[in-house]
Design a protein around this ligand. Structure first.
Ligand code: ZN
Length: 250
């Protein structure tokens, strides 16, 4: 499944706050966030099977996340995780990342929804029956396996009821996002809640990323397990860079 929850222009000083649960087969292992030094340095966890990632943040302040779409089933053949890594390693902004995606033979990948954002712009690129690009609207956006803000998906409605757009400072907004990502109440089936569990699959890890109004205020939190029983740790982002191009810290 996977669930991405975005709060756009809801947190003072934070244009976008993203929460993301990675749901996978329990046997699908990954590495916690590491820095990769490509043309653009990236902080991202690694899917060991593909060598790519499902979510990352690069030194230009570009955030890319991908949610699997359950339909239509396509055999794929191309690795989406490697594509996300390639975008993070080379693109400075959402427009250029969307341009890269528009040039890919998307039907040769499994169907997906990408969220691509920096502090100025958020885009949702859907690779379903057709390719579609939309802006992330101010307020709450929930991306699940059947698309964006789905009225019939219980956890979409749950977050619309419970994650109000009231402005909270970042620390409180992060706490509330972590609580939302840990929820088991939206559905009677534990396999369909935001933090999901079943015999063979479930939420393997969770991320919260804050895109601040400056690059040095970006924050990256990671829970190396289901968030209902795993604490988030803040990861240092060692490659912060000013828009002018100078490295601030390492
Ligand atoms: Zn759980």
């Amino acid at each position: 499944m996977c669930t991405a929850i975005a709060l756009h222009q809801c947190v003072p000083g934070v244009p976008l706050l993203l929460g993301f649960n990675r749901d996978q087969l329990l046997t699908r292992t990954s590495l916690p966030p590491l820095v990769k030094y490509e043309r653009l340095s990236t902080l991202a966890p690694t899917d060991i099977r593909s060598g790519g990632t499902w979510l990352g943040l690069n030194e230009a302040g570009l955030l890319v996340a991908i949610v699997d779409h359950f339909r239509p089933r396509r055999l794929g053949g191309h690795s989406r995780g490697q594509l996300v890594s390639a975008i993070l390693g080379s693109c400075h902004d959402p427009q250029s990342a969307a341009e890269v995606l528009s040039q890919e033979p998307f039907r040769q990948y499994a169907a997906s929804t990408f969220l691509i954002a920096n502090k100025d712009l958020g885009l949702i690129v859907s690779w379903h029956d057709v390719m579609k690009v939309e802006k992330v609207e101010p307020g709450l956006t929930v991306i699940v396996e059947s698309g964006v803000n789905r009225k019939r998906v219980a956890r979409c409605q749950y977050h619309r009821r419970n994650l109000s757009h009231k402005e909270y400072p970042l620390s409180e907004a992060v706490r509330r996002m972590g609580s939302a990502l840990s929820e088991h109440d939206s559905c009677k089936l534990l396999s369909s809640t935001t933090c999901c569990h079943s015999k063979r699959s479930g939420t393997l890890c969770s991320q919260i990323v804050a895109l601040g109004s400056t690059l040095e205020s970006n924050k990256f939190f990671y829970a190396d397990g289901p968030p209902c029983r795993t604490s988030y740790e803040e990861y240092e982002i060692p490659f912060l860079r000013q828009e002018t191009g100078g490295i601030l810290s390492s």
